[in-house]
Design a protein around this ligand. Structure first.
Ligand SMILES: Nc1ncnc2c1ncn2[C@@H]1O[C@H](COP(=O)(O)OP(=O)(O)O)[C@@H](O)[C@H]1O
Ligand SMILES: [Mg+2]
Length: 245
C-alpha cells in the first residue's frame, strides 16, 4: 500500500486509480453501401466498455451486433461519430495483443489443425511453437475439445470448430475479449461451458468481456445487458424504467 510521503499516513484502500475505458463510442454509425441501397447497420451508438466490463449484447439476426463488435475491435471504421480506445497509449485502434475476437462463423485456417489454429496468435506474438501448442491444448481441454487438437477444421462439427475458435481467443492475454455469438451452434451444456471459460479467462486476465448472443440463458450470465434493435444500441436495459419483459 502507498503512503503519503509527508505524514506517513497510509492511503485508505478505497482510494483506487480508475482506469480509462477500453472503448468509448459517441454517436457511432456504420452504413454499408450508398444511396437507396444503403444499409445502416449501426445507428448512433453511444457507449463505453470499462476494463472490467461483462456485457451481453442481445438482438435478432441483422440487428447490427457483428458490425458493432468489429467496430469495437478496430477492424472496421465508423462512417460517422467518434470511436476511441482511451486505454491505448496512443489512443488509436487497439493492436492484436490487446483484443481477442471470437468471430461468428468459420474463422479457422483450413490447413492447420485445431491445436495449430489455437496456438497461432501466440506464435505470431513470438512464443515458441511447443509452448504455444501446450497452452493451446490447455485451452482446448478447458472447452471440452481437448481430444480434437490433431483434427483439421473440416473434420470438426460446427460446434467443435466454434469451441476451437474460443480456445484460440482465450489462449492469448488480451485486455478485451469480444465473442460474437460464440455459443450459436452449441447445446445448452456446451454453451454454458463456453461461457464459464470466457468468464473465467476474463477474471484471470482482468480483461473486459463482451458477448453477443440471442440466447437469454447466455446473456443472463453476464452482468450488463445491452440490446441491439435495428441498428440502435440500448445500454439502459438494467434500469427499471427501461426493463422489458
Ligand atoms: N459487409 C457488409 N456489406 C453490406 N451490408 C452488411 C455488411 N455487413 C453487415 N451488413 C448488413 O448490416 C446489417 C447488420 O448486420 P450484422 O452486423 O451482421 O447483424 P447481426 O450480427 O446482428 O446479425 C444487416 O442488414 C446486414 O445485412
Ligand atoms: Mg452477427
Amino acid at each position: 500500500m502507498g503512503s503519503d510521503r509527508r505524514t506517513g499516513t497510509p492511503h485508505p484502500p478505497s482510494v483506487t486509480y480508475r482506469r480509462p475505458p477500453l472503448v468509448a463510442a459517441v454517436q457511432v454509425s456504420r452504413t454499408f453501401g450508398a444511396g437507396r441501397r444503403a444499409v445502416v447497420a449501426v445507428h448512433g451508438a453511444t457507449c463505453t466498455i470499462e476494463p472490467d466490463a461483462r456485457i451481453a449484447i442481445s438482438g435478432v439476426s441483422g440487428s447490427g451486433k457483428s458490425t458493432l463488435l468489429h467496430l469495437f475491435a478496430g477492424l472496421d471504421q465508423p462512417t460517422s461519430g467518434s470511436l476511441e480506445w482511451p486505454a491505448q497509449d496512443h489512443g488509436g485502434a487497439p493492436g492484436s495483443y490487446d483484443v481477442a475476437t471470437v468471430f461468428q462463423g468459420a474463422s479457422l485456417i483450413p490447413s492447420l489443425t485445431a491445436r495449430e489454429n489455437a496456438a497461432l496468435p501466440l506464435v505470431l506474438q513470438g512464443i515458441g511453437q511447443g509452448i504455444a501448442e501446450d497452452r493451446a491444448d490447455l485451452a482446448l481441454t478447458d472447452l471440452g475439445v481437448g481430444g480434437f487438437g490433431g483434427k483439421l477444421p473440416e473434420e470438426l462439427s460446427g460446434g467443435q470448430a466454434q469451441r476451437v475458435a474460443v480456445a484460440r481467443a482465450v489462449a492469448t492475454s488480451p485486455r478485451l475479449i469480444l465473442a460474437d455469438e460464440p455459443t450459436g451452434q452449441l447445446d445448452h451444456r456446451a454453451a454454458q461451458r463456453v461461457v464459464d471459460v470466457l468468464l473465467h479467462t476474463a477474471d484471470r486476465l482482468g480483461a473486459a468481456l463482451v458477448v453477443s448472443t440471442h440466447d437469454p440463458q447466455v446473456a443472463h450470465r453476464l452482468v450488463t445487458p445491452w440490446r441491439m434493435h435495428q441498428g440502435r444500441l440500448d445500454t439502459h436495459l438494467d434500469e427499471p424504467s427501461c426493463r422489458r419483459s
